[in-house]
Design a protein around this ligand. Structure first.
Ligand SMILES: NC(=O)c1ccc[n+]([C@@H]2O[C@H](COP(=O)([O-])OP(=O)(O)OC[C@H]3O[C@@H](n4cnc5c(N)ncnc54)[C@H](OP(=O)(O)O)[C@@H]3O)[C@@H](O)[C@H]2O)c1
Length: 308
């Protein structure tokens, strides 16, 4: 049995792909009502909460391999690792980011703490240190839909951004046959490093109207994230991460996705095409915005609130 610890962007797609491959897969969710599509796709759904250790232990029964993905609160993920040790799990695929103990970004320091705890646990492991997700653009969908413009403190920094569907495909591939990947760290990225101006050009072509990109200061970026409904501390941390893009922090590309999957990683153009509806001026987000509602609060789920 393969356990996926949450059903967010990466977890849900990983579970779907494994079910499609006829692998036994279980996904831990807080609200099973949100996981009916996964259940229909063949995944077992275990109701639980990473804050409640007994529910983690219950979901861990009979598990041989786990994909550890969550908002990466160290105490929670380290509890999950402890539960996996007790249950005799043999391999953990850990979804992480550009983790380092001295990063200015608290989440990246937390990822290091989790990675170190996992390695020290003695479990077999593979680290997926992913570059920034293309799906972060969904946070700007309402702005693009309504005003044909978006801003970012990434300024003219380039990012080797990756589609979360490719992160999930890599996680599923490794979870299905972990042995060759034991003890390895991969750095999955998209196929190219692009700037946010490049992204605006792709969106303009796709949507058939000019899309403007505005460089923001870190303070403006923080405020923009607060405006779309993020708590202040998360907004400040995300803005800090985005500002690092401007300094070239995420300007790298690897061939990990094609080497692991035997096909190219999805391009930003593919991502944007597949999500064209949410960027469209006829989208629900744009209509809610024009009726005076805080549009992104309508479209933004917890699954869309994070930057690397
Ligand atoms: N965003 C980026 O650019 C980026 C880049 C590299 C790496 N990463 C890493 O990717 C990971 C996040 O993956 P993701 O984007 O797939 O996450 P996500 O879409 O934000 O989804 C998070 C999921 O966790 C669930 N969850 C939250 N707290 C929970 C709890 N206490 N118990 C059970 N479930 C809980 C949420 O469920 P509910 O529906 O119940 O809220 C949601 O389904 C993090 O480790 C992050 O550092 C992100």
């Amino acid at each position: 049995m393969i356990l996926i610890t949450t059903a967010g962007k990466v977890g849900a797609e990983t579970a779907r792909l494994l079910a499609q491959r006829q692998e036994p897969v279980r996904v831990l969710v807080r609200d099973p009502a949100k996981a009916t599509a996964l259940a229909q796709a063949g995944a077992e759904v275990a109701e639980g909460d990473l804050e409640v250790p007994a529910t983690i232990d219950a979901a861990m029964r009979g598990v041989s391999t786990m994909v550890l993905v969550s908002p990466a609160v160290p105490a929670q993920e380290l509890n999950v690792v402890g539960s996996a040790v007790r249950a005799g799990v043999s391999h953990v695929v850990k979804i992480t980011s550009k983790a380092s103990a001295d990063s200015p970004i608290a989440r990246r320091r937390g990822q290091t703490e989790i990675e170190n705890g996992l390695i020290a646990s003695g479990l077999g492991y593979t680290l997926l240190r992913n570059n920034a997700y293309m799906q972060n653009f969904l946070m700007s969908a309402a702005s693009i839909a309504k005003t044909s413009s978006f801003g970012s403190a990434a300024r003219d920094g380039r990012v080797g951004m990756i589609d979360t569907r490719d992160v999930a495909a890599v996680a599923a591939e490794i979870a299905a046959s972990p042995a060759p990947h034991a003890g390895k760290t991969y750095w999955p990225t998209g196929p190219e490093a692009i700037s946010f101006s490049d992204a605006a050009v792709v969106l303009a072509k796709l949507l058939g109207r000019p899309i403007t990109f505005q460089p923001l200061t870190v303070e403006e970026q923080t405020q923009a994230m607060i405006d779309i409904g993020l708590p202040e501390s998360l907004a400040a941390m995300n803005a800090q991460a985005v500002a690092l893009f401007a300094q070239g922090d995420s300007d790298y590309v690897t061939d990990d996705v094609p080497s692991l999957l035997g096909r190219p990683a999805r391009t930003f153009e593919q991502f944007a095409t597949d999500h064209a509806e949410v960027f469209s001026s006829r989208s629900r987000a744009a209509r809610m915005h024009s009726h005076g509602h805080p549009a992104v609060k309508v479209t933004l789920t917890t699954q869309q609130k994070e930057s690397s």
